[in-house]
Design a binder for this molecule. Sequence first.
Ligand code: ZN
Length: 142
Amino acid sequence: MSVSGDHVVEPSAWAIERFGQHAGAVAAAVPVQLAKAHSKAHAAHLAAGLKKRACQICGVTVILTGGADSEGAHIQALGSPHNGPDTTDNVLCLCPTCHVMFDGGAIVLTDDLTIMRNGTESGTLRTHPQHTINLACVAKSS
Ligand SMILES: [Zn+2]
């Protein structure tokens, strides 16, 4: 995600209905906060050497011209009110589709790393011995 601080963001109809008179402020602030959080997840993802791994949810390895690629996604969101840690064990390697679904709440993890897709059990999170998952973050992620 790329968001410029100078970019004017109009609130969506959903945001206007949900936040009323505050919709403009929410629409302006959320993309910047999301961009900062995604940037930190990306940095942690790169620093840990996780970039070329398969998606931990669906198992797909996205191949770009530069080789395998995945996205870093925070398990427990950064910033208030979630206050997740900016650490590698709070980051998942996901394909773009699973990343959007995870951030949007369509995919959630249970405490034992079971994947729930829209409320239906859908396997277990793929893990790697060199990439620890912080279960406290998982517990606070949904
Ligand atoms: Zn995936």
